[in-house]
Design a protein around this ligand. Structure first.
Ligand SMILES: NC(=O)c1ccc[n+]([C@@H]2O[C@H](COP(=O)([O-])OP(=O)(O)OC[C@H]3O[C@@H](n4cnc5c(N)ncnc54)[C@H](OP(=O)(O)O)[C@@H]3O)[C@@H](O)[C@H]2O)c1
Length: 233
């Protein structure tokens, strides 16, 4: 299967939470880390989020620094990477930042549970909609093949915890960056880096630590891991 190289990036508290239990998109990242994530976004062809993050937060997903956007244009790339959402019912806000902020190509991968009327509304707003053949879920492997066909070679997946767990379960992650903030959110229901049902120990993905960087004065730590593909385990 031809698919893009998949990088996951999250900001996490020391107790593994990527948001508080209130799930309102709490800021975890520091100013230094936000600059790093901006550079990471500027280095990829597409940025992807899961349905809950998309519907509840409508993230911009664009490159903030104008110099980085200019560099992309000079390299013959679009000003911003493609924005991709995966959602079973694509009832997103057409006035939200995911749709409005750009310029950027916007793609939604969804299921037949999204109404034909909503698909027309999205398409009129300039969003490309891909409806999966299956009824309930988007096949993430097929989606990656489609993105590869559309020219995506590096894909950044930014969360949340449910879609990340699915990417890990399917062995579709090549690299993981975690900004570990010196905070502790707690809460059994607060989202983590990999939610869903979890993995049995013998099926849990194994990661290879490649770098550790300390961000001072804020006391954050950047951890970078590679995830060996199943064939190299
Ligand atoms: N700190 C960070 O770096 C960071 C980054 C991003 C998000 N977050 C946080 O993560 C939280 C959201 O995480 P979450 O786990 O609730 O949700 P999520 O991962 O953003 O989205 C999960 C939803 O996406 C849809 N989805 C996922 N895979 C699908 C598939 N294969 N086919 C069709 N639909 C699919 C499903 O929607 P349905 O249930 O409708 O089927 C699923 O419930 C928020 O609190 C957000 O702030 C943190």
């Amino acid at each position: 299967m031809l698919r893009p190289y998949v990088l996951v990036n999250v900001a996490m508290t020391v107790d593994g939470k990527i948001d508080s239990a209130a799930r309102r998109g709490a800021t975890i990242s520091s100013a230094t880390d936000k600059r790093r994530v901006d550079e990471l976004r500027a280095s990829v062809d597409a940025v992807l989020v899961g349905g809950k993050t998309l519907l509840n937060e409508s993230p911009k997903l664009t490159v903030r620094n104008p110099a980085l956007r200019r560099e992309r244009l000079e390299r013959g790339l679009p000003e911003n990477p493609m924005k991709v959402g995966v959602v079973s019912v694509a009832n997103l806000d057409l006035d939200g930042d995911f749709v409005r902020a750009g310029p950027a190509e916007r793609l939604i991968f969804t299921t037949r549970r999204t109404s034909p009327e909503q698909i027309v509304r999205l398409e009129k707003a300039g969003v490309q909609v891909f409806v999966s053949r299956g009824s309930e879920r988007v096949d993430l492997g097929e989606m990656l093949e489609t993105l590869h066909r559309l020219g995506v070679r590096r894909l950044l997946v930014e969360g949340g915890g449910t879609i990340l767990a699915e990417f890990f379960r399917l062995g579709l992650v090549d690299e993981l960056s975690i900004y570990l903030a010196p905070r502790l959110f707690g809460g059994a229901t607060a989202p983590t880096l990999a939610d869903g049902p979890g993995f049995l120990p013998n099926q849990a993905p194994r990661l290879t630590l490649v770098s550790v960087e300390r961000f001072d004065p804020e006391g954050g730590i950047l951890l970078r891991y590679l995830i060996p593909s199943p064939s190299t385990l």
